[in-house]
Design a protein around this ligand. Structure first.
Ligand code: TYD
Length: 135
């Protein structure tokens, strides 16, 4: 997949004086079935997460709280997406190198994933990723 297939998706936002509400439904707001949900929190200042690609897994990443950047790379082009609101998220297609950084204090990253956890789906080596993309 190429960078152009990654995109920010706006979520429904139900405004209410009692507090706002946003929602994600599989195939309605995001283009895949949700097989797994995980979240990243208590990230020490200056730390980076990710730094790998998935062969099959697709993700949708939301900054439920605070802010951070997601850097995507398709082997040719790189793009940085800043996430800082809970009513939109970043759709990350399979086969992209991704890194997350610039986490603000108390930020909370929610990640919906299209596959169960499978360590064999990861590419951890950037040169291997470049070769994989060149196939
Ligand atoms: P990893 O995906 O490398 O985290 P990040 O992309 O944020 O740097 O995962 C870190 C560790 O957590 C690794 O040992 C595997 C484990 N893990 C699971 O057991 N299940 C999961 O669903 C995920 C995402 C990670």
């Amino acid at each position: 997949m190429r960078i152009g297939e990654a995109k920010i998706i706006e979520l429904p936002k139900i405004l209410d004086r009692r507090g706002n509400l946003s929602v994600i439904e599989e195939f309605k707001n995001i283009p895949f079935k949700i097989e797994r949900t995980y979240w990243i929190y208590d990230v020490p200042g200056g730390e980076k997460r990710g730094g790998h690609a998935y062969k099959e897994n697709q993700e949708f990443i939301v900054a439920l709280s605070g802010s951070f950047d997601v850097i995507l790379d398709d082997g040719k082009e790189k793009k940085t997406f800043s996430l800082n609101r809970s009513y939109y998220g970043l759709y990350v297609p399979k086969g992209l190198w991704r890194q997350m950084e610039n986490f603000s204090t108390n930020s909370l990253a929610l990640i919906l994933a299209s596959t169960p956890y499978n360590e064999n789906d990861y590419i951890y080596d950037y040169d291997e990723f470049k070769n994989y993309k060149a196939l």
